[in-house]
Unconditional design. Structure first.
Length: 288
């Protein structure tokens, strides 16, 4: 779901709620447009000019110019929730520029943020993060006016923003590494009942254990073990809702030989046992 607000002439805000692996924006090059992205939840893949890949995670902020060709946005965890703000400097009216000038907003300095590099990822500082977080809390009846106020606040904060001071270390990967780690990911999801060590995977996919671990966590936000544990429990959650298999059968279905270990892992993740979860969902279904 994408919700667009035309905030001011040349300035738009978009709420992004993605439950998919990729989204083809079919974006045309626009040399005068700057895009600001804030990630609230999930992960988004960013491709740089040198075929290097970086990943925006929750709490990250990215700046980019749209002067290059459009791109496909990929979401490694099939989940992305965030806000995009686009500034088309060629469409900002003279009247709007005068208003911004009165508020001490320096559009030229803001536009230079995206000109330094084709794509920049940083960890949002507190003064920026609270602006985006508050955009999710505003009541619908005052949302449009509130968005306009928060956009002005953001532009003022960015006017005094020091990119070098706020820059943080982000790990980038080559297209060869990303292709290999996506093959690892596809294999693991296709064989989720099995349990594979890093050494076994590194031999199978001809990657060093160190690179495999670092790249997998960089792309999917978790270690192989933690990611697959969560994935198995998500599979179990869906099976519990279907109400066709016993708890023991579900445990075996997702690769747990011991039902007690499955119950313990499920309780840790969801705050209740599989039996309690099934009862809760069955009751919700009857009430709904």
């Amino acid at each position: 779901m994408i919700t667009l607000y035309h905030v001011f002439p040349g300035i738009d805000l978009v709420y992004n709620d993605m439950h998919m692996e990729y989204c083809n924006k079919e974006q045309k090059p626009a040399s005068s447009v700057m895009e600001i992205n804030y990630c609230m939840e999930g992960r988004c893949e960013c491709v740089f000019e040198q075929n290097e890949y970086g990943y925006i995670a929750a709490g990250d902020l990215s700046f980019c110019s749209l002067k290059k060709t459009g791109h496909v946005s990929e979401f490694p965890t099939s989940r992305y929730h965030g806000i995009t703000i686009t500034l088309d400097f060629s469409m900002i009216t003279d009247e709007m520029k005068r208003i911004l000038q009165l508020l001490s907003v320096n559009l030229e300095k803001i536009s230079n943020i995206s000109k330094t590099h084709s794509f920049t990822i940083i960890r949002a500082n507190q003064s920026i993060e609270h602006i985006f977080l508050e955009l999710y809390k505003v009541p619908e009846e005052i949302r449009y006016g509130y968005i306009r106020v928060k956009i002005l606040e953001l532009l003022l904060v960015l006017t005094g923003f020091d990119l070098k001071k706020n820059n943080s270390e982000h790990v980038y990967f080559s297209d060869v590494q990303i292709d290999a780690i996506k093959q690892v990911h596809a294999f693991l999801k296709g064989h989720y009942r099995g349990h594979y060590t890093i050494e076994e995977l590194s031999v199978r996919f001809k990657m060093s254990p160190t690179v495999l671990k670092k790249c997998f966590k960089g792309v999917y936000g978790n270690s192989v073990y933690a990611y697959m544990k969560k994935y198995r429990l998500q599979m179990a959650e869906r099976l519990l809702k279907e109400n066709k298999l016993t708890i023991g059968e579900i445990a075996l279905q997702i690769g747990y030989q011991n039902p007690n270990k499955f119950t313990s892992a499920f309780r840790t993740e969801y705050g209740m046992t599989p039996t309690e979860y099934r009862k809760k969902k069955t009751q919700e279904s009857l009430n709904g």
